[in-house]
Design a protein around this ligand. Structure first.
Ligand code: BGC
Length: 511
């Protein structure tokens, strides 16, 4: 079997899907946490409790703009640092235990928010919960991509993106259900529901095996084999396992011989498979995912639709969320059939077309019925495009492109970049569209269309195709190809063979 490079993994079972897919549940924490605060800030009871008397707001109370923006954006500060911390924690104590601890930290933050009756404690709770979500968002990606069989890894990680969309939708629904209540429960229920997500994720992971790749990194071969056997549903002496584990170990030895595993090593090597090249691909990929403009719709959609004269802005916002949830599963198929790179290129082309159409029609026929219909329809097409391409593919690719020695740190840096840009765009957007500010109206879509054009160029020139390869084969592919030639690469030599050759070479030289 050692010569047969294609037979690297055991057949995928239904149980394997479930074991590998469970951690996707972490996406619910991500989506729900980003989603619920907008609604809570608009609740009348919340405004009375946390706000200041004013005659400007129909509720008679108002929360200062700086307070709103602090409460909203502080989460991204927590998540940013949480994601970075994930780069160490996941290496020190393992992926699985790190996620369980992250759920604990997250729950402390949630408890503080539930208890809060003033902005100070709410902000404190958001920082801590954010730190937990940041940890979860980075480490779940590592964990899922490390345990999934190569044939379904893309689909499994796309499940994480699907959970994000479900989280966003759930938050919108819960807010919708409680926003009229005239009691503390109006905001405490939406916040407290998050305990459930954290509990399910932590308990579930308690029963799942640790990542075999982490065990290999720790030199714990026996445990790596046992974990792999559980994940693949194979007996411990199975040839498949021997082959898969052999590759992981041989690749790790090889990677360790060319790179150390510290933070500084993430920024070395611009060569074809150099660490820095890979880190930059991940960091920019996540930056560009945010620059597609998607959160303009999810964070500011309601206000924007209202401003553009769309009837029923709340309903339309709910519809965009539904489109997001319903269309994401198309990616389960798409990422494995067409590949990550193609989806990113065509997805960007499709999104930028929608964005320029919305901008052009909005400018040509401002306030008209035609313009608002075009706005709603093309925004939905746009979300469809994001949900099936850049949404999942950005997460999938960052789970695949790092060599084991710097994997945790690479994924952490890329995830932190997602949260950083999430924050930056969330912060500047009101200045672009508010009436007292730049007041761009539909013209803002020219900005998103342009940034999305950059997304297309970035994907075309820099993102390699990783579909159907084991994480170890991805390393070899990166050494031997450029982004544009990567899709044609086929596995031709195993790391076991490679290392044997190197060993013989070394002995030969000695002789
Ligand atoms: C992005 C989030 C976004 C969500 C929408 C995720 O992949 O990182 O910022 O809100 O998709 O579904």
């Amino acid at each position: 079997m050692s010569g047969d490079v294609s037979r690297v993994e055991s057949p995928v079972t239904a149980r394997g899907y479930m074991l590998c897919g469970f951690a996707a549940f972490g996406g619910i924490l991500f989506g729900y946490d980003s989603g619920y605060i907008n609604g809570v800030l608009g609740m009348d009871f919340f405004k009375r409790e946390f706000g200041h008397a004013t005659d400007l707001d129909p509720s008679g109370y108002n929360i200062h703009t700086w307070e709103k923006s602090l409460v909203t954006s502080i989460l991204s500060a927590g998540t940013f640092f949480g994601a970075l911390a994930g780069g160490n924690l996941a290496d020190w104590i393992g992926r699985r235990l790190s996620i369980i601890i992250a759920c604990g930290i997250f729950s402390v933050g949630v408890a503080l928010q539930v208890a809060s009756t003033a902005v100070g404690l709410l902000v404190g709770g958001r920082v801590i919960a954010g730190f937990g979500v940041g940890l979860v968002s980075a480490i779940v990606i590592m964990y899922m991509s490390e345990i999934a069989p190569k044939a379904i890894r893309g689909a499994i990680v796309a499940g994480y993106q699907w959970a994000i969309t479900l989280g966003l939708l759930l938050a919108a629904c819960v807010n919708q259900g409680t926003h009229k209540w005239d009691s503390y429960s109006s905001y405490r229920v939406p916040i407290a529901i998050q305990f459930v997500w954290a509990f399910i994720l932590a308990v579930g992971l308690f029963f799942l095996p640790e990542s075999p790749r982490w065990y290999v990194k720790e030199g714990r071969g026996e445990e790596a084999l046992a974990a792999l056997a559980r994940l693949r549903g194979q007996p411990i002496d199975s040839e498949y396992l021997k082959f898969e584990l052999g590759e992981i170990q041989a690749n790790y030895e090889y990677e360790r011989s060319i790179s150390e595993a510290g933070w500084i090593d993430c920024f070395k090597g611009m060569g074809p498979s150099g660490n820095l090249r890979r880190v930059l691909i991940g960091v920019f990929l996540q930056m560009f995912q945010q620059l597609t403009g998607v959160n303009f719709i999810f964070y500011y959609g309601t206000t924007f639709f209202q401003q553009s004269g769309v009837q029923n802005a709340f309903l339309i916002s709910l519809i965009t969320n539904l489109v997001n949830v319903v269309t994401t599963p198309v990616a389960f198929y798409g990422v494995e059939k067409f590949g990550r790179r193609k989806l990113l290129i065509w997805g960007a082309a499709w999104m930028l077309t929608c964005e320029f159409i919305v901008g052009a029609v909005g400018v040509a026929l401002p306030g008209s019925k035609a313009a608002s219909t075009v706005l709603v329809v093309f925004v939905c097409f746009y979300i469809f495009a994001f949900a099936t391409t850049w949404g999942p593919a950005a997460w999938i690719v960052i789970g695949e492109i790092y060599p084991l020695p710097i994997r945790a740190k690479g994924v952490a840096l890329a995830t932190a970049s997602n949260w950083l840009w999430n924050f930056v765009l969330g912060y500047v957007t009101p200045y672009l569209v508010d009436e007292g500010e730049a007041n761009l109206k539909a013209k803002v879509f020219f900005i998103w269309g342009s940034t999305c054009t950059l997304c297309l160029l970035f994907a075309y020139f820099f993102v390699p195709e990783t579909k159907g390869l084991s994480l170890e084969q991805v390393d070899k592919m990166l050494e031997e190809t450029t982004a544009r030639t990567s899709a044609k690469w086929v596995p031709h030599e195993t790391y076991v063979q490679n290392n044997e050759k190197l060993d013989h070479g070394a002995h030969g030289n000695e002789a």
